[in-house]
Design a protein around this ligand. Structure first.
Ligand code: ACO
Length: 401
């Protein structure tokens, strides 16, 4: 038998960092977070200023190119996006293979991966022109495919992208039966959605972006990388939390039941967690959550919606922030806590919440993927492990087991 400690010695030195709490996997010039101060910058610009003054497509340009566009650059970028909004007709047939009640995230991930089967002219990841075209296609087609996932899931025919509309309004038009849909007529709707897209556009090396980079490090095509990002985002500890928050608030039901939820969340024998609470990096507050909370009040006011879930959410936040358990662990509402209340008020069904997140995050994913390929000397991502299995042993024939 080999002494297992010699096996470890043979592998050289490496850090053991489960969950990568203190391991930087890359350098990046895209997004900066100061988790103690609650600071988030895209390419140096504070998220608060972008939320107030920018638009999602301008932010997408900023993430991709590193600078804010001038008027002409933005117009050209918007034109390029508009030119690529259509899905191939044959991709509609691809949808027919899904079961009618498939979760939209399942359809989205598969449809995104399938783009590499529909487009072969932008798959050379080492060619900057191919990368640029893939980036435009992904940002342009994401809302079209997302809306198709929703409409397929409810048995409605797909709607073509209306290219005289802006990015967010075009998406709403593909989702809903506008102009009969009254929500579309209220300008707060596209504005709120655009804001949510800005806030979700990037967040440095989160689980899904790291996944995109890890897959990207193998030289996989951009559609495969983004599909991987979508599947990582789906989990309730990450982007899937927005769907889970709404379900949790509905389950709590009324503000007087909040105490029970808090008690359960503190109980280590219960798997229950307050969804939309806590963050690996933010240990003071999540600046996005502050902006979204304000927007939630504004949207509900302007649409004349009286959603009792907002009262439950506020009571939950207030109670948790006074509770030692949450204070000691620095658990604050994150970006997903109030976003679902806005999506709900906009008429977006719960199963589509994480899809919304994915539409926005595509801009960040693709910016990171491009940065990765523009950085000389990028190596394949290949974490090590701390082996805790058996020492070497002889194969046991079936007759002797
Ligand atoms: N409710 C109750 N307790 C919590 C919560 C929560 N939401 N989040 C963390 N804790 C507790 C943990 O039980 C742990 O307690 P312990 O020290 O007594 O063992 C401590 O706080 C630290 O938690 P970790 O899981 O180690 O923190 P980590 O940084 O690994 O996880 C995460 C961060 C995944 C966001 C976590 O806080 C969580 O699960 N939150 C709920 C899901 C959620 O909202 N996810 C969205 C994150 S934002 C985004 O991805 C867009």
């Amino acid at each position: 038998c080999i002494d297992i400690s010699t096996l470890y010695k043979d592998t050289g030195h490496f850090t053991f960092d489960p969950g990568y709490g203190s391991t930087a996997s890359t350098q990046s010039a895209i997004t900066y977070i100061d988790g103690d101060k609650g600071v988030l910058l895209y390419r140096g610009y504070p998220i608060e200023q972008l939320a107030e003054q920018s638009s999602f497509l301008e932010v997408a340009y900023l993430l991709l190119h590193g600078e804010l566009p001038n008027r002409d650059q933005l117009a050209t970028f918007e034109d390029q996006i508009t030119h690529h909004t259509m899905m191939r007709e044959s991709q509609k047939d691809f949808f027919k293979g899904f079961h009618h009640d498939a979760h939209p995230m399942a359809m989205l991930a598969a449809s995104m991966a399938s783009l590499s089967a529909f487009y072969h002219d932008d798959l050379d990841v080492y060619n900057p022109e191919d990368r640029k075209l893939a980036a435009i296609r992904l940002i342009a087609k994401m809302p079209t495919i997302a809306a198709a996932c929703y409409r397929y899931s409810i048995g409605w025919p797909f709607r073509y992208p209306r290219n005289n509309l802006e990015y967010v309004s075009r998406f709403l038009h593909m989702m809903f039966e506008v102009p009969s849909e009254p929500l579309e007529l209220n300008p707060v709707v596209p504005k709120a959605l655009d804001l949510l897209f800005i806030l979700h556009a990037d967040h440095e090396q989160n689980a899904s972006t790291s996944t995109v980079r890890l897959v990207g490090s193998t030289g996989a095509n951009p559609y495969a990388c983004i599909a991987a990002g979508i599947t990582a985002l789906w989990g309730p500890a990450h982007g899937g939390a927005n769907e889970a928050v709404l379900k949790m608030l509905e389950e709590i039901g009324t503000p007087d039941k909040v105490e029970t939820a808090i008690r359960r969340a503190k109980d280590k024998n219960d798997h229950y967690r307050l969804m939309g609470f806590g963050h690996r990096v933010y240990k003071n507050f999540d600046p996005r959550a502050k902006i979204i909370r304000e927007m939630a009040h504004k949207v509900l006011n302007e649409l004349g919606v009286d959603d009792p879930l907002l009262d439950v959410a506020m009571k939950l936040e207030e109670t948790a922030l006074k509770d030692d358990y949450f204070v000691e662990r620095k658990l604050y509402p994150n970006v997903d806590f109030y976003s679902g209340i806005i999506y709900k008020a906009l008429g977006i069904p719960t199963e589509m919440f994480t899809v919304m997140f994915a539409i926005a995050r595509t801009a960040g994913w693709i910016a990171h993927w491009i940065e990765q390929h523009e950085t000389p000397g990028t190596r394949i991502g290949r974490p090590r492990q701390l082996y805790v299995g058996s020492t070497p042993r002889d194969y046991v024939p079936m007759t002797k087991r």
